[in-house]
Design a protein around this ligand. Structure first.
Ligand code: UDP
Ligand code: MG
Length: 321
């Protein structure tokens, strides 16, 4: 008989008291079907909820020994909750999903099947988002922006509902960058990935916990963390200012020398000052390049990730041939 594999489910929880019982029921129903081949653990991370989510987690934990409860001292945010989950997960396959019933547990089974085929990353992909028009548009635009300016390609339509192989999670656990955008980090890592499609049900209870300000912060983490193009803006501005300033200076010089143009001193000064502002921009950019490099170093991402190694068999001495 082969040994049972371990499956971890990570559930970040922020004010989900109304959803937790329902979530628990549907999750255990889906997981019990897999109990022949898998031992599961549910890692419930209470991200500083203001309602009684934590006491519900505690009651569930007393009922079911597969549940691990983690209680944050305050609200640290979704990415932090996921990170804590990854640190504590012991599974061979690790699934992260939202606790607001927008990520159907029925998908766990097809995701595991893809993983068993050998995919290290399995994304659940929404085929129709039930979000507001504004959120849809901004999400689309953001993806486009990130796609065009950064070095990595984040797949369209995926959320943080995904399965990762142990190897990927071990890798993530070594990264210590603080402003994290896990979706980007995972895409950056490479590896074979695949998708399982689903219709996202609309919210069961209350509103999204993602306020616009939180979304903007994550968007910035995504762009700044994966692209140094914002740095180059100073360079573009600098070259533009120097170019236009020099043209202006040229025009008034020619006018003064050959066409008897009369310019008061301050006009000359303004033109020259304008050019110097351009020079300042260039210096800012150079400074920015140094800072950008420091940022790269500080992030401490590995230079490469090895998927597998085929070692030389020490008993076959190929040097003899
Ligand atoms: N969440 C969290 N901390 C937060 C905000 C949200 O742990 O500061 C959890 C929340 O309980 C849910 C998941 O993250 O399980 C996704 O949140 P939400 O459903 O509000 O996001 P959306 O569906 O709008 O992407
Ligand atoms: Mg949600």
């Amino acid at each position: 008989m082969n040994k049972k594999k371990r499956l971890s489910i990570i559930l970040p929880i922020y004010n989900e008291a109304k959803n937790l019982h329902l979530l628990y029921e549907s999750l255990t129903k889906a997981l019990d079907k897999k109990s022949k081949d898998f031992i599961y653990e549910l890692i419930m991370i209470n991200d500083g909820s203001l309602d009684d989510s934590w006491s519900i987690i505690q009651t569930l934990q007393q009922k079911n020994s597969h549940i691990m409860g983690i209680n944050f001292s305050r609200n640290f945010g979704y990415q932090a909750a996921l990170t804590a989950g990854y640190k504590h997960a012991t599974g061979d396959a690790i699934i992260t999903m939202d606790s607001d019933l927008q990520h159907p547990p029925e998908l766990i089974d097809p995701m595991i099947k893809e993983w068993q085929k050998g995919y290290k990353i399995v994304y659940a992909r929404r085929i129709d988002r039930q979000d507001t028009f504004l959120k849809k548009i901004t999400a689309r635009f953001y993806h486009y922006l990130l796609d065009s300016i950064s070095e990595i390609k984040i797949p369209q339509g995926v959320s943080d509902f995904r399965l990762l192989d142990r190897q990927i999670v071990d890798e993530i656990n070594q990264y210590h960058e603080k402003s994290r955008y896990l979706r980007g980090m995972i895409a950056w890592m490479g590896f074979d990935h695949t998708f399982v499609d689903f219709h996202q049900p609309s919210r069961q209870h209350d509103e999204t916990k993602y306020t616009w300000s939180k979304l903007i912060k994550i968007a910035f983490d995504g762009i700044i963390g994966f692209s140094i193009i914002p740095l180059k803006l100073a360079a573009y501005a600098g070259f533009f200012v120097i170019l236009t300033g020099t043209i202006m200076l040229g025009i008034i010089t020619i006018d003064a020398l050959f066409f008897q143009g009369q310019y008061p001193l301050f006009k000359w000064l303004v033109t020259i000052l304008y050019i110097f502002i351009g020079v300042l921009f260039i210096l800012l950019w150079i400074l920015g390049e140094y800072i950008g490099r420091m940022y790269e170093e500080l992030k401490g991402r590995p230079l490469f990730i090895i998927k597998e190694i085929k070692k030389i068999d020490p008993y076959i001495n190929s040097w003899d041939r």
